[in-house]
Design a binder for this molecule. Structure first.
Ligand code: ZN
Length: 336
């Protein structure tokens, strides 16, 4: 059975971004310099105002929303452009059109904006775009690693459903374990495995199928009112890494690292996760990621206490025995 996504209206194609904008009428552009540079020579319909995205604090976003003229809001770029455009659209009840320039996250297919507030991330808002235009040429103009990292928030389903079931089996489930979840997760993961070589080669088919996975996952988060099925110990590892190191790396690569490590500790088909990453040619070796051995080991040691302090959902992350970590074994999960 082939995978069929649900979710927001979407149009896929090559070199469709400029035409979509030219047909819009008056609009406010929310973007970053790189994607705009790719298409601006083909855009004849200039924006009545342009906002640069980047600052996702609620104060800044509300300031942009207040300043925005009444017109269609157009988001063009990565996660921060999508999230900023969603916020202005929602706060002002203006029409929204999204043009993602990266498949790195599913921000164009989710309703809430990820705000950076008081040192943490908070989700708020309820955005529904008229149309999401996915222009494969914009993806191909981006650094390749930003595209191949896009598997992270789908691959996270591998470890996340396992954690959710573990919580349910342990009497610690907050959401009502859904018995058909393993089947749904398997559907996502099989589709990802199948289209991964196309993602590695940046083919239309591979990129479209990756975005269809993001679209369906965004839809399901809204249907279920939570993201338990796609966020588990692999994300908790990622948040711990950010706390321990005081920095971050590409979200999808960091989450993929979390999947490799946590699938091992869950005894949950590490080989399959590894093979998927290999097929998508997503970076995983520490030297390629610019991450040190100590950063990984320290993050893993900190994980069980941090995940309890932060009140993350109950997961295998709580049961890493920080005193018994075999460093060579952990490094072998990543450096292949
Ligand atoms: Zn994520």
């Amino acid at each position: 059975m082939s995978f069929k996504a649900q979710g927001f209206n979407v149009t896929y194609g090559n070199n469709i971004a400029a035409n979509a904008i030219n047909d819009l009428g008056e609009y406010v552009l929310i973007t970053q310099p790189e994607p705009w540079a790719v298409i601006k020579d083909q855009v004849t319909n200039q924006p009545i105002q342009t906002f640069q995205s980047g600052d996702l604090s609620p104060e800044h976003l509300d300031k942009l929303a207040a300043e925005s003229p009444k017109a269609t809001i157009v988001g063009l770029g990565g996660g921060s452009a999508m999230d900023t455009a969603k916020w202005v659209h929602w706060r002002r009840s203006l029409p929204l059109v999204q043009l993602p320039s990266l498949p790195s996250v599913d921000a164009c297919f989710t309703r809430m904006s990820a705000l950076r507030d008081k040192g943490g991330v908070r989700y708020e808002g309820d955005a529904v775009p008229e149309m999401v235009y996915v222009d494969f040429e914009l993806f191909r103009a981006a650094p390749r690693t930003m595209v191949t990292s896009g598997i992270g928030d789908v691959l996270s389903c591998h470890t996340a459903w396992f954690d959710w079931k573990f919580a349910a089996d342990s009497g610690k489930d907050e959401f009502g374990w859904s018995a058909n979840m393993p089947e749904i997760s398997k559907m996502y993961l099989d589709e990802l495995y199948d289209c991964a070589p196309g993602i590695a080669k940046l083919t239309d088919d591979g990129l479209r199928r990756l975005m269809e996975l993001h679209r369906d996952i965004g839809w399901r988060c809204h249907e279920m009112k939570h993201a338990r099925f796609e966020e588990g110990s692999e994300h908790f590892f990622a948040y711990t890494f950010e706390e321990v190191t005081g920095r971050t790396i590409l979200h999808g690569e960091l989450v993929s690292m979390g999947v490799l490590i946590m699938s091992h500790f869950q005894k949950n088909n590490f080989q399959r996760a590894k093979k998927t990453i290999e097929r998508a040619d997503t970076r995983h070796r520490l030297s390629d990621l610019g991450v040190s051995k100590d950063e990984v080991i320290e993050s893993l040691r900190r994980l069980p206490s941090f995940t309890v302090e932060q009140k993350h959902w109950y997961s295998h992350a709580r049961f890493i025995d920080a005193g018994k970590i075999n460093e060579d074994e952990v490094l072998s999960l990543l450096n292949w």
